[in-house]
Design a protein around this ligand. Structure first.
Ligand code: 4AD
Ligand code: MG
Length: 480
């Protein structure tokens, strides 16, 4: 038997084929993905998974089984005597038999079953997904506890896993150190007041007592940036990739209350161009890795979920991203033939409709909008000290359909400027520790954050953010 966790590919690398042959001859347990790519023929194997289809013919019984390791199923061929009432779409099975060459042109191998044990039956009438039916995304979304059993969602989960690995690899390959920034924090980094407060339930022994667990009010983090900046005071390149929380009362297709953010901080940089270059590189390098590592899964999205999206993505990947100042963007919007619900004015936030128009105006190539009005961005953004139209060195990356994918900036590293801004905001005491970073070896630095779910939406063409995260949290959603 192949030991638990000892994958065939690892064994293939480590041992000569004769050794592997012997292991398999002893009745090795294989995952579907391993079985599909296995060379040894006629060996005894054992495969466990869930039934994706059952076709019973007079002479032969066909099963397709899947265990989440690949989009492709493993075909099991059996004597109809092995059929049982419990063997149906959705049931879990343990199959023993011989892995042989398949004569079917679509697959290399098939499993000739000698024994099929139904581990768990599945009530196919009550089961919300039906064999061979393609269910609409909003129907599937009603079953967060079962949707990983569908092709579409299992592909999404594999892509999400590979995308996570690709992002980590990008940073590791480019000299970044991974930092675990805290989930519980005392600050509102973005200053937007979209905080979830963390409290322990008050105990009956403390009537009306509301003593905080921490000495100060605590919240779920809205961004790991400030903690990353701490570490960027001693490490030139750092990143974090973790859950982020925002109490945005939004039912939109691009907002969640809990989402994942990829954040990087780069020290010794005085140029917003450097930050944009990293943002663009991360997008392009990670996407290329995902396309090559989970080609089949991505193809499912580009074929059935968002037909035509592959060309849109190729277009984004092969073109240099556009750069435009906020002031230019406002001019473009003012000249637009479209009638916007929100009139574009210098000093106002860009709305989704504006973002969409700007990307279209730039031939559907992602566009960096830089140098935002001082009052639109948080206290940490570096002051451009540039006269009447006062701006900061902040950047947002806008992409087709999704809109804002990244937010970033140079950070205010000059103690006196930061001090007076915090003073005006009444935040001097709260951010004393942050000011100290500017007292003890400050450096010009900057960074960015990318919404991981919006990134997946962007590369796969998924319209609703709730369809790219295993368990979506949004206002008034039921929690599992
Ligand atoms: O633009 P944001 O608010 O930037 C920051 O939090 C910075 N502190 C990041 C940094 O510089 N280290 O958020 C970054 C990105 C957005 O561009 C968007 O993609 C995503 O996070 N995002 C959300 N994604 C899903 N649901 C929400 N409610 C989101 N809010 C922001
Ligand atoms: Mg933003």
């Amino acid at each position: 038997m192949l030991g638990a966790g000892a994958s065939l590919s690892r064994l293939l690398r480590r041992y000569p084929p004769q050794f592997l042959q012997k292991r398999l001859l002893r009745g090795g347990r294989l995952r579907v993905r391993e079985a599909l790519s296995a060379q040894p023929q006629g060996c005894d194997v054992r495969v466990q998974g869930w039934v994706r289809s059952v076709r019973s013919q007079k002479e032969v019984l066909f099963l397709d089984i899947n265990d989440g390791t690949s989009l492709q199923n493993l075909q099991v061929v059996a004597d109809p005597k092995l059929e049982s009432r419990d063997l149906c779409f959705g049931s879990s099975v343990d199959v023993q038999g011989k892995l042989v060459k398949s004569h079917h042109r679509k697959q290399n191998v098939e499993l000739q079953a000698e024994d099929i044990r139904v581990v768990g039956s599945c009530d196919s009438i009550a089961f919300p997904f039906k064999l061979k039916e393609r269910h609409a995304a909003d129907y599937v979304r009603q079953f967060p506890h079962l949707r990983c059993k569908t092709n579409r969602f299992s592909s999404l989960l594999r892509i999400r896993s590979e995308a996570t690995a690709a992002i980590h690899s990008y940073f590791q390959d480019n000299g970044y150190v991974h930092i675990h920034t805290p989930v519980i924090s005392s600050n509102d980094c973005e200053g937007a007041g979209e905080l979830f407060q963390v409290e322990t339930p008050s105990k009956p022994s403390e009537p009306g007592g509301n003593s905080h667990f921490f000495d100060v009010p605590a919240f779920l983090t809205v961004s790991g940036q400030l903690h990353l900046e701490v570490v960027a005071g001693a490490f030139s390149r750092v990143f974090t990739f973790g859950p982020t929380f925002r109490a945005e009362n939004s039912q939109s297709r691009r907002h969640l209350a809990e989402f994942y953010m990829v954040e990087a901080e780069i020290s010794f940089t005085e140029s917003i161009q450097d930050i944009m270059q990293e943002m663009e590189n991360l997008f392009k390098v990670a996407t290329a890795a995902i396309l090559s590592r989970c080609h089949e899964d991505v193809e499912l999205f580009h074929k059935y979920v968002a037909p035509g999206h592959k060309d849109k993505l190729d277009h984004m990947l092969k073109n240099k991203f556009v750069i435009m100042s906020y002031s230019e963007a406002i001019e473009v919007l003012k000249k637009a033939p479209e009638v916007f619900s929100f009139k574009p004015e210098w000093g106002c936030d860009l709305q989704k409709e504006h973002e969409k128009y700007l990307v279209k105006h730039c031939a559907n190539i992602p566009v960096f909008v830089i140098n935002y009005p001082y009052d639109l961005k948080p206290f940490y953004a570096r002051d451009n000290v540039d006269g009447p139209q006062h701006t900061v060195a902040a950047v947002d990356l806008l992409v087709p359909e999704v809109g804002e994918l990244y937010g970033g900036s140079l950070r205010e590293e000059r103690l006196h400027i930061l001090q007076s801004r915090l003073d005006r905001l009444g935040l001097l005491d709260t951010y004393q520790w942050y000011l100290e970073l500017r007292q003890f070896g400050t450096v010009p630095h900057g960074g960015f954050g990318m919404g991981f779910e919006r990134y997946l939406q962007c590369i796969l063409g998924v319209d609703n953010i709730k369809d790219v995260i295993p368990f979506p949290r949004f206002s008034h959603s039921c929690l599992l």
